[in-house]
Design a protein around this ligand. Structure first.
Ligand SMILES: *Cc1c(COP(=O)(O)O)cnc(C)c1O
Length: 237
């Protein structure tokens, strides 16, 4: 797989920003309220550097070892905010707690508690989203909606974590209208939590194939990989 050139990446970023703007306008939302996370897993460090040079600040990585390798020479990637979008494993939470600004995939107490305990005091609290499994597929990560309130309560009580909101990764759906259903449900879950006293400001939802539908339903952060960088190497797709 040939990585995209810096010119292509800059072009893709400009296109994505234009589409985000159009979707926000269609939804009657402030375009500044939707943040772009560039999901760079399985992409070589050169393409991250190209995106950074084009102004991209937030990067998402799903594999800890790969993410740390890309950061060995931090110079060209200075100023980056690193987001962990992979499945956290209980025995590998420490490097996540020490090296990321955000974790989008907290779905159980044990992970939250370990991230809290391992977050270095020299760093600000770790921003976290709780991943919700809306489809009920047992094979998928994410907490069931019925258990969300209790987990949110628990995470909000951990001093080294800052509970920011909710994240979901719905099953692929090509119909534009149907794409909106899980995103609407996630927004309603967030509204319910806020009505109960939380002050959550983040809906992490929408990927390359459905981010416009997510913006229509209130996404504040869209996670895009292929729309920016092109196809990933086959190893992890
Ligand atoms: C890979 C990944 C993405 C990006 O997917 P694209 O379809 O390439 O935009 C977004 N979110 C998560 C959690 C991912 O693992």
């Amino acid at each position: 797989m040939t990585p995209a050139t810096p010119e292509i990446i800059a072009q893709n970023l400009a296109r994505v920003h234009a589409r985000m703007l159009a979707a926000a306008n269609r939804a009657g939302r402030d375009p500044g309220a939707v943040r772009l996370l560039a999901v760079s897993k399985a992409q070589p460090v050169e393409v991250l550097i190209a995106a950074r040079a084009a102004g991209q600040k937030d990067f998402g990585e799903s594999y800890v070892r790969e993410a740390l390798a890309k950061r060995r020479d931090p110079g060209p990637l200075s100023g980056v905010i690193w987001h962990f979008t992979g499945t956290p494993q209980a025995n590998k939470t420490r490097p996540v707690a020490e090296n990321f600004g955000w974790v989008h995939t907290v779905d159980r107490r044990k992970i939250a508690q370990r991230l809290n305990d391992q977050r270095p005091t020299a760093l600000p609290p770790l921003n976290v989203c709780i991943e919700v499994n809306l489809g009920g597929e047992a094979s998928k990560s994410g907490i069931a909606p019925g258990q969300l309130a209790a987990l949110a309560e628990y995470v909000a009580g951990l001093p080294r974590l800052h509970l920011r909101g909710l994240m979901t990764l719905p099953a692929p759906e090509t119909d534009r209208e149907k794409q909106r259903t899980p995103f609407r449900r996630l927004r309603e879950l967030l509204e319910t939590l806020n009505a109960r006293g939380h002050a959550l400001d983040t809906l992490s939802m929408g990927m390359s194939a459905d981010f416009e539908a997510a913006i229509m339903e209130g996404a504040t952060l869209v996670r895009l990989g292929t729309a920016i960088f092109g196809a990933r190497s086959a190893k992890h797709s």
